[in-house]
Design a binder for this molecule. Structure first.
Ligand code: CEZ
Length: 789
């Protein structure tokens, strides 16, 4: 039912097997999540996210939602096809009619999403791509007559825009622009909002390359008493050409056509938000001006944009599906995060820095830019803001108005990945100002201040205060009274200190390095003293002094994050490590990865917070939250436990054996799979379908630096692969500091690893002196049968 082809294109052959499955397209101005049955969630930037077609309003409605529910009137892009003789009709891709189809094929390519549908002797090919430089969906639809006899048909593009505004909404056909235009005024009450709103693109248009025979702008008239499954208007020969005057508008066109046997006809449409008539006319000119050349140009520029997101390596292993996912889709997802910052103007600082970390493996100059931008918004005290503002009008919104304590931690993490990849230690000397001071200090001092901030943000015992959250956003009531502490943050601070110590040492700052190494060691001891609870690390101590995340709790007994980070920061000695790994195996593991905590909370715990109110097994409340699972995988590679790590990397991607349970195509990693494995087994493993997740950057890092073990360092490229037991070898391409290495790894009967660069045996495990612009061939011979855990 699902398959990849040689180029990694992903196919789904049923509209009912995975009703929520789909994919997403983005550019710097918009994002569209398109489901296989035709439903869509789209938004564009002006510069804050806004919708040009929407459903009923939800608080916090411009977030992309996990497990987005779809229903008959949900926004989507649909094409009804009617046989003029028999009156029989169906709709493509599947919704809203849900008529049985002779065949169905949904195809996701990196730059486009398409369908091929056959029903009633007719084939419909539909393809959606985006413009490269603006918010605009580009649709191409081809109708072919598969039967012997001539067919008289009507094609009705049906693009609902939803209830737009209680102040003003309307719809009409603009003949001069060949566009169905749905107007609205974003509702407001304060005078000032008029001035803020007057530049908004409040209209939605469906532009067509060919004039329709008829049209309808009134959604309810089109639907009539028949409902969307059998719209009343389809019974008429021609639509009414009805205007919507303060009625819910929709973009509906009708094309009548006669097709001989085998004959086909193609249309092109642009669905986009516009500001006014002038912009509408300009849009028409841009795309359809000279015979549609603009449409083709935009589509091919968009393809180029997507192709530009190339990673620093490709893998060719015995596991072809894994390769296709990593080489085509993982890199794409990472590119989306790093290039457009998930289409927010105030990304959470930790997301911004981790997405930036991922970019070190695609376009390291972007990582540099991320570090500089973030540090310019640091306070002179060393504190990092909750979100990073990406333009002058941007404001900290929603979660960024809640004080979180962890943001400084991500600085050395992101910096280390960047330095390993580029060796650009000069960055540490670059002078930057602060959010609240014009004093220009070197990046190294900014880092130093950030680490000092973490050091002072602790309680009398020396444990890290959590404020209203750490990595875990909804853990907002552990420390809101100013006393609660986080075990994860204490361990993560120790890790940050250790990384910063390493960076200091590599840059010749030996005294500083030693200082931070000592601080890391002391924090580790404190964490072991206060948080180790019998068999694993607890999650924290509440304002009221309650140690939680231990066997004494009925719910939330064990959390994954403190265990993973205790492995990273070195707090866990071998005995503790094996004890907590056993506990993870026993209490958190599922066939599709480790749950973030267990058992999931079933009711509010007032000294933990909002996390415990999320539905059991969803998101942070005990799902397989892939970002957290990814930290665990990274920690396993860090400890040389590559066999276990690889099993979990694989578990993160829907596989051929369990795609139906997960309900998702292997074209991205979702932010979670439902957990609560023992409490709600029926829903367990179901994908959230949400592609916004810090997982992507870490996953790619694990493939490059952990699995393939091709990690940068000051001397060059460190080689220490951790291939799974059952792989006899692997081929890879690694682009590194301007050089390109064709790598072949083979297991042989050897005692130690051997490296050959262009046929010459190297000493040690580091490939140094690589010249930019040159190609090399690296052969890595690995000892057979090494057990990586
Ligand atoms: O958001 C993510 C955040 O973007 O949750 C992670 C956190 O580390 C990321 O920075 C873990 O808490 O409830 C909330 O407010 C959460 O903030 C969620 O919305 C969560 C979403 O799942 C979005 O991906």
């Amino acid at each position: 039912m699902i398959a990849y082809n040689d180029q990694g294109h992903c196919f789904l052959h049923s509209p009912t097997a995975m009703p929520l499955a789909g994919g997403f397209l983005w550019n710097a101005h918009m994002l569209v999540q398109m489901n296989c049955r035709g439903y869509a969630v789209a938004q564009f930037m002006q510069p804050e996210p806004a919708k040009y077609a929407g459903g009923p309003m939800l608080e916090a409605k411009t977030f992309m939602q996990p497990e987005q529910p779809y229903y008959a009137h949900h926004p989507g892009r649909f094409f009804y096809v009617k046989d003029e003789h028999s009156g029989a009709f169906f709709s493509a891709p599947y919704e809203p009619v849900r008529a049985p189809l002779a065949s169905f094929r949904f195809v996701h390519q990196p730059h486009c999403i398409g369908w091929q549908i056959r029903a009633h002797g007719i084939e419909l090919q539909m393809e959606l791509t985006l413009a490269d430089d603006r918010a605009a969906e580009l649709w191409t639809v081809t109708v072919t007559n598969l039967q012997e006899q001539e067919r008289h048909l009507s094609l009705y593009p049906y693009f609902p825009v939803g209830y737009r505004s209680w102040m003003n909404q309307s719809g009409y056909f603009d003949a001069s622009n060949q566009a169905l235009v749905c107007r609205s005024v974003t509702p407001y009450q304060k005078v000032q909002d008029y001035f803020n709103h007057r530049h908004l693109r409040d209209w939605t248009c469906l532009l067509a390359d060919t004039p329709p025979q008829a049209w309808e702008a009134r959604q309810q008239v089109f639907e009539g008493e028949g409902g969307l499954h059998a719209p009343s208007a389809l019974q008429q020969q021609l639509l009414d050409n009805g205007e919507a005057n303060y009625e819910v508008p929709a973009a509906i066109l009708q094309y009548r056509l006669t097709l001989k046997s085998g004959q086909n006809r193609r249309w092109r449409f642009v669905f986009a938000p516009v500001r006014d008539d002038a912009e509408l006319a300009a849009l028409r000119d841009h795309f359809f001006g000279s015979g549609g050349a603009g449409f083709d140009r935009a589509a091919s520029a968009y393809r180029d944009y997507i192709q530009n997101g190339r990673g620093c390596g490709e893998i060719h292993s015995p596991d072809e599906d894994f390769d296709k996912f990593v080489n085509h889709w993982l890199v794409r997802q990472l590119y989306y995060h790093g290039d457009v910052n998930r289409l927010t103007t105030d990304p959470q600082t930790r997301n911004y820095l981790q997405d930036g970390m991922g970019m070190a493996y695609l376009q390291p100059s972007r990582t540099r830019q991320v570090i500089v931008t973030a540090l310019r918004q640091q306070k002179r005290s060393g504190e990092m803001p909750d979100g990073v503002l990406l333009n002058e009008q941007a404001e900290l919104k929603y979660i960024n108005q809640v004080p979180h304590a962890d943001h400084c931690v991500w600085l050395p993490i992101c910096l280390q990945a960047y330095l390993d990849e580029t060796d650009d230690y000069a960055l540490l000397e670059e002078c930057l100002g602060f959010a609240d001071s014009n004093e220009q200090l070197p990046v190294a001092t900014h880092l130093q201040l950030a680490m000092q901030w973490l050091l002072q943000a602790r309680d009398d015992r020396g444990l890290s205060l959590i404020r209203q959250g750490d990595w875990c956003d909804p853990m907002n009531m552990v420390g809101y009274q100013g006393k609660g502490v986080s075990a994860w943050l204490t361990l993560a601070s120790a890790y940050a200190f250790a990384l910063w110590a390493q960076i200091c040492a590599a840059g010749g700052r030996n005294q500083q390095s030693q200082y931070w190494q000592e601080q890391a060691g002391q924090l580790n001891q404190l964490a072991n003293h206060w948080f180790w609870a019998d068999e694993w690390y607890a999650r924290g101590i509440t304002d009221g002094g309650r140690l939680f995340g231990t066997a004494r709790d009925n719910e939330g007994q064990i959390y994954l994050n403190p265990q993973s980070w205790a492995m990273l920061c070195g707090a866990a000695d071998p005995k503790r490590q094996s004890s907590m790994l056993a506990a993870i195996e026993d209490k958190l593991m599922t066939p599709f990865g480790p749950m973030m905590l267990a058992p999931a909370y079933t009711s509010m715990v007032e000294d933990i917070g909002r996390l415990t109110q999320k539905f059991p097994g969803t998101a942070e409340n005990g799902s397989v939250y892939n970002h957290a699972a990814m930290f665990f995988v990274y920690a396993l590679y860090h400890q040389g436990l590559g066999e276990r790590a690889f099993t979990l990397l694989k578990a993160m991607v829907p596989g051929l054996d369990d795609w139906q349970q997960r309900g998702q195509l292997p074209v991205f990693i979702p932010n979670y799979y439902r957990g609560a494995y023992h409490q709600l087994p029926h829903q367990a493993s179901r994908s959230s379908q949400l592609f916004n997740t810090g997982t992507a950057g870490w996953y790619y890092r694990c493939v490059i630096e952990g699995l393939l073990g091709l990690k940068g360092c000051s001397q060059g490229l460190q080689v220490s692969p951790q291939l799974p037991e059952h792989w006899p070898g692997v081929r890879a391409v690694r682009r590194f500091r301007g050089a390109e290495l064709e790598v072949e790894m083979r297991k042989e009967a050897l005692l130690n690893q051997q490296l050959y660069l262009d046929g010459v045996r190297l000493e040690g495990d580091c490939v140094g002196h690589l010249e930019s612009g040159r190609r090399y061939r690296l052969v890595v011979l690995l000892p057979m049968g090494e057990d990586h855990g």
